[in-house]
Write a protein that binds this ligand. Structure first.
Ligand code: FA5
Length: 327
């Protein structure tokens, strides 16, 4: 344990102050007979002088220490402490999750290394069907119980199957996570990226429910001014299927030469549709009784739009100018 530093002011008050211990002793000398008072007085005065000298020395010690370290300026502000922040992708995923929790969806999970059945077959991609070529796949050098190679999931749609296998209808879930495709990397494509999947199965679910939900979450993310539109499209696991576009949040009009929407005024952000009866059947949901919608969107593209990032690769390069945008 280190000794407490001596406080000169406190010591002075304690011994030499008006009611200090030494001052009171000296004052009491007057009541002592003269012969005794003389030597005691001399002793008291010597102690007082000694004490005053020591106190003066103590008071001078602090400025002396500062003088010994001339670079030390205790009045300067402190050094800023580097503080971490959420990655823009994590932040975007959290915002999406908050939006879906508000809409009554619960969070589902599914594996990154998946079997052929959950990534393709149960989603109505028959073996050897050309639709499989839509998603260039990384296979893993290991096989499942059916003797088929495992793979890195190509989309989050495997979460639909995993969730329906676990739970009886009605079901309302979302899932965010990483997916992998053997694709060339450019400003708007990566070989490993993130998606959000949504699934709602109940009695009488229609395209109107899908359109309302998609519009609501896009407005939640980008503000009430954003518009969405549906174009017919094909995915084996939905019927009818659609690509969803959102109005361009950069140029807001489509007029001129916007580099983001290329002047069209619209950006393609997700695939969606009504769950195909074959998918419901593979999860033992009766398609005569239940219907549902599903959608899947790329999270990088949302993050790029939210933070004004023009090249997807910037999201993975750890450039602090990009990362520090989120606090
Ligand atoms: C799918 O992955 C479907 N599973 C989506 C879906 C779910 C459709 C449910 C219907 C029902 P697609 O391959 O179009 O669809 O990818 C969906 C989104 O992921 C795209 O709109 C895009 O935003 C993003 N995306 C696709 N490929 C890449 C890539 N290489 N890099 C970054 N983002 C990508």
């Amino acid at each position: 344990m280190s000794a407490k530093p001596l406080d000169a002011e406190a010591l002075e008050l304690r011994y030499l102050g008006r009611k200090g211990e030494l001052a009171l002793l000296l004052r009491d000398l007057k009541d002592i007979p003269l012969e005794e008072r003389k030597p005691l007085g001399a002793l008291g005065n010597a102690a007082k002088a000694d004490l005053e000298a020591k106190l003066a020395e103590l008071k001078g010690a602090a400025p002396a220490a500062a003088a010994a370290a001339p670079g030390l300026d205790l009045t300067l502000p402190g050094q800023p402490f580097p503080k971490g922040s959420l990655h823009p992708l994590t932040h975007t995923m959290n915002r999406l999750a908050e939006g879906f929790l508000k809409l009554g969806f619960t969070m589902a999970d599914s594996p990154l290394v998946e079997d052929d059945y959950h990534n393709f077959e149960a989603l109505n991609f028959p073996q050897y069907h050309p639709a499989r070529d839509m998603q260039d796949t990384f296979y893993v050098d290991a096989k499942d119980a059916a003797g088929k190679f495992l793979l890195l999931r190509t989309h989050t749609s495997n979460a639909q199957i995993r969730a329906m296998e676990k739970q009886e209808p009605p079901i309302r879930v979302f899932h965010t996570g990483r997916v992998f495709r053997s694709e060339a990397v450019d400003a708007s494509h990566s070989f490993a990226f993130h998606q959000i999947e949504g699934l709602y199965v109940d009695k009488g679910v229609s395209m109107a429910d899908l359109k309302w939900t998609v519009d609501a979450f896009m407005k939640d993310l980008f503000g009430s001014g954003v518009k969405t539109r549906f174009n017919p499209s094909y995915f084996p696991f939905v019927e009818p299927g659609a690509e969803v576009d959102m109005s361009c949040v950069f140029c807001k009009s489509g007029a001129g030469r916007c580099p983001v929407c290329k002047g069209s005024g619209w950006l393609e952000v997700m695939g969606a549709g009504l769950v195909h009866p074959n998918v419901l059947k593979s999860c033992k949901y009766d398609p005569e009784k239940w219907s549902g919608f599903a959608f899947g969107a790329g999270i990088e593209r949302f993050a790029m739009l939210l933070y004004g990032i023009s090249d997807m690769r910037m999201l993975y390069e750890n450039d602090l100018r990009v990362l520090k945008q989120v606090q």
